[in-house]
Design a protein around this ligand. Structure first.
Ligand code: GDP
Ligand code: MG
Length: 823
């Protein structure tokens, strides 16, 4: 990040001089301040600025003016003294070329915020403009925090921010609050309002709120391709006249129109845009007269109009907006008169219209929108919408909806398994070759052991599952991009309500199949904090992709038929626990009703290859990164814990026996070989057991014994707390060492199938494998996810999650193993 050269005018010290670079804030404010002479390039000197003093006195264009601190905060300047010190130039009364250059450079940075409904293509726009790869998805709630990307356009540096999608900017959901705060606190130079042109009526609602806020705006009429395909007509030129800012048709998916938008952003920023004018939405006689009554009471308090225009504040007071009331109280000592007036006006309106004032305002906004669209928009009977509608009749049908959903999920899991098997085998062979290769070139010893048994076995064991993960994410990405994911949420809504969740919870839950961390973050789309907590507590039971390698390993090792079905069964058990958990929490902790389900159904879209690939690549990159860091590190530690201490009495005595056998001559060489290999095996087992890892395993063995697990499995479970993938790699290390003496470097699968315990019984049976998979499914998610829960909810909930899930896992595995053994 380059250093910011500008300061706020309020930060300039007394008797210093500075030059104005930018005036931030809404239109009304900028207009007023600029009228006073605060224009780019103008020199200002500070006459009086004591630290706590308000207002501050300035001299500009030879006249004295005073500004409040909060107002001066919105003016970006370059301090002349500071600038000279940095550049070591003498200031001789005229501006040096240097300063002019700096002003020119600094004022050529435009901050732009993307604001729009969920799913209108903001992230697609962002990706195209910045060349970054943020995730896009055909359902709401993909973007839950802001992303910044910078690029250059026609000599301007544009800092583009991708904000979460919202239907309005009031204060009902975290996204709305986030966007509102972003706009009022960061003051983007230009807001780029992205709208879905095939759904203008609803999208323009947010626009009307932005108009009220009097912000410099450009509109991207996105999804213009769909508008054209549907044979509808939109007169964009007339629309921009009506709205008072440029409206540019775009197709963010292909990048069409984006440069055009950027051109307009520059002209709006430079105040050279011809279209730009500030319009007032006419709210009708009653509302306007109410505004007229409240506004004069506000205008004496200039400081409240620094962040918002007076008209906007008046409207918000009529809406009974609590944030605005707080804002008032912060700036005005006596708000009684204002509150009483607003209250009185509100009552009058409510009496007149028979509904609350906020609804009256909303209706008036829709009236404005309908009016604007009537003049500019002509809808032809939309074949595509009809098609979407027809598809919906089938896919969200009362009877067909569920079977179809489950069919899709089944196909998804089955393909993940069967198709993934091919590349898996290639990778496996590659890893084996690599191990051989390293063995041949390195001298035998600790280093070679560490590389082969620690790093290659550990990381390799996880790398093998990359193809499966790619396939799974390919499907999830398809579901998202086609729009089916939103239908799935819709189908599930009733059911979700039954389990105490919100229809929208379905998406975080489904995301949980990928990774718990984004899933926990996606709960922000839920308006109600209680719903958020319940959903967060249910997410750990949605089996994340990191657990998939474990199931894949065990299912292919111990179950010959119906592999896809068993895999799906495990996922279903997880879902069942998610349901139980949320029901329980709902009953015990939050027995109030969940709010109404509102979820739009976007039209079905054919996903683009590029999007799907980006999505897949993102996930696999994350996976590979984890392998290069956490898993590599953990593999080495586990290997060390398993390698040291290298010897004890028992091992020494075995070593002596080995030496004896080697030195003795046997009549039959075969007998000697056999004796040696059994001794080697015994040695490896003793070594493993004597190691630190073995000792830890033995300590916890009493806890996992009733579940059918041996100490090796106990240790693997412990190591899985860091990241679930590590379970497979630690098993690779723990079991591999035993089999090596057997001189058959088999794959982990065969190792597990044939591994014997002390008494010679198979240490693993299908029953134990199942019990183990269930434990892995249910027990506490990785550290990363716990941290995410702590961040989104609290450490208390994170702690609860750890204890609760581990107890559930233990009890379930216990029941499975004990009951299974009886049968
Ligand atoms: P966001 O929620 O506003 O960030 O929207 P996204 O960028 O995630 O896009 C939502 C969906 O709309 C994705 O499936 C995109 O591929 C698709 N999409 C985005 N822009 C366009 C467009 O201009 N035309 C069409 N047909 N689809 C688009
Ligand atoms: Mg987005």
């Amino acid at each position: 990040m380059e250093e910011k050269k500008t300061k706020r005018l309020s930060e300039i010290e007394e008797k210093e001089e500075c030059i104005i670079v930018k005036v931030n804030g809404h239109g009304g404010f900028r207009h007023r301040v600029m009228e006073m002479g605060f224009i780019r390039g103008e020199k200002v000197s500070v006459v009086k600025n004591a630290p706590l003093q308000d207002p501050i006195e300035y001299k500009i264009m030879n006249s004295h003016v005073s500004l409040r601190r909060s107002e001066a905060n919105h003016i970006e300047v370059i301090g002349i003294k500071e600038h000279l010190e940095q550049n070591k130039y003498k200031f001789n009364g005229t501006f040096s070329e240097e300063i002019k250059q700096t002003i020119a450079n600094e004022s050529k940075i435009i901050s732009v915020a993307l604001v729009g409904n969920p799913n209108c293509g903001k992230t697609s726009f962002f990706n195209h403009a910045t060349g970054l790869h943020e995730k896009v998805g055909n359902y709401s709630g993909v973007t839950v925090s802001s992303k910044i990307g910078s690029f250059f356009h026609k000599g301007y540096k544009i800092d583009l921010v991708d904000l979460p999608g919202t239907y309005s900017i009031t204060e009902y959901s975290p996204e709305e609050l986030f966007v509102r705060e972003y706009i009022t606190e960061n003051h983007p130079d230009v807001v780029l309002n992205v709208v879905d042109s095939s759904n203008l009526e609803r999208n323009l609602f947010l626009t009307t709120q932005l108009i009220d806020m009097n912000i410099r705006m450009v509109m991207a009429l996105n999804m213009y391709d769909e508008l054209i395909a549907s044979n509808s007509q939109l007169d964009a030129n007339l629309l921009e006249q009506l709205l008072g800012f440029p409206c540019v048709p775009t197709t963010a998916r292909t990048g069409e129109g984006i440069t055009h938008v950027l051109d307009h952003i520059i002209s709006v920023y430079e105040d050279t845009e011809e279209v730009t004018k500030h319009i007032h939405i006419n709210y009708g006689k009653n509302l306007e007269s109410a505004i007229d009554k409240i506004k004069p009471l506000l205008t004496q308090h200039k400081e409240i109009a620094v962040d918002f225009p007076f008209r906007y504040v008046a409207l918000k007071l009529l809406e009974n907006d609590s944030v605005t009331y707080k804002h008032l109280e912060k700036h005005i000592s006596d708000t009684l008169l204002i509150r009483e007036t607003a209250e009185k006006c509100r009552m009058e309106i409510e009496e007149e219209f028979g509904e609350d004032a906020a609804s009256v305002i909303t209706n008036a906004k829709y009236g404005f929108i309908r009016g604007a669209l009537k003049e500019t928009f002509h809808r032809n009977n939309d074949k595509k919408a009809e098609l979407s509608y027809a598809i919906d009749i089938v896919l969200t049908n009362k009877w067909l909806g569920f079977p179809i959903l489950f069919l899709f999920l089944w196909i998804m899991f089955e393909t993940t398994f069967t198709l993934g098997a091919f590349p898996q085998e290639w990778i496996e062979n590659g890893i084996a070759l690599l191990g051989e290769f390293v063995k041949n070139i390195l001298p035998a010893g600790m280093i070679s052991d560490m590389i082969i048994d620690g790093i290659i076995a550990g990381v390799g064991g996880v790398l093998v599952f990359l193809p499966n993960i790619l396939i799974l994410f390919f499907f999830i990405s398809l579901l998202e991009d086609t729009g089916y994911m939103a239908r799935a949420a819709f189908i599930m809504d009733k059911l979700m309500h039954k389990m105490g969740l919100h229809g929208k919870s379905f998406i975080p839950l489904l995301t949980g199949f990928g990774c718990g961390v984004p899933a926990v973050m996606a709960t922000r789309t839920l308006e109600n904090p209680k719903d958020r907590i319940i959903t967060m507590m249910a997410i750990p039971f949605m089996s994340c992709s990191a657990r998939l390698p474990i199931y894949l390993l065990f299912v292919s090792a111990f179950f010959e038929s119906n592999q896809g079905l068993i895999l799906m069964g495990i996922y279903l058990i997880g879902i069942a626990f998610a349901v139980l958990t949320s029901l329980l929490l709902k009953k015990v902790k939050f027995p109030t009703d969940s709010d109404q389900f509102v979820m739009e159904l976007p039209p079905y879209r054919i996903p683009t290859c590029k999007n799907t690939l980006i999505h897949m690549w993102d996930k696999s990159a994350q996976y590979l990164k984890k392998m290069g860091t956490v898993i590599l590190f953990a593999s080495i530690i586990i290997w060390c814990l398993n390698y040291f201490p290298t010897t004890n009495d028992e091992i020494q005595s075995i070593d002596q026996q080995i030496e004896m056998v080697q030195n003795q001559s046997y009549d039959n060489e075969e007998i000697k070989e056999e004796l040696l290999s059994s001794l080697e095996l015994k040695r490896a087992a003793a070594q493993s057991e004597n190691s630190y890892l073995g000792r830890i395993g033995h300590i916890i063995e009493p806890v996992v014994k009733p579940l059918g697990f041996d100490w090796r499995m106990g240790v693997s479970i412990l190591t899985g707390a860091a990241a679930k993938e590590i379970i497979v790699s630690s098993m690779g290390i723990l079991y591999h060492s035993d089999i090596e003496a057997n001189e058959e470097s088999e794959k982990l699968i065969q190792t597990l199938q044939h591994h014997k315990d002390e008494s010679g019984k198979n240490s693993m049976t299908p029953l134990i494998a199942f019990s183990f998979m269930i434990f892995v499914l249910l027990y506490f998610p990785c550290v990363a996810m716990i941290t995410a829960i702590a961040k989104e909810a609290s450490w208390k909930w994170a702690g609860f999650c750890v204890i609760y899930t581990t107890c559930v896992a233990w009890i379930m595995s216990f029941c499975i193993y004990q009951i299974g053994s009886l049968l």
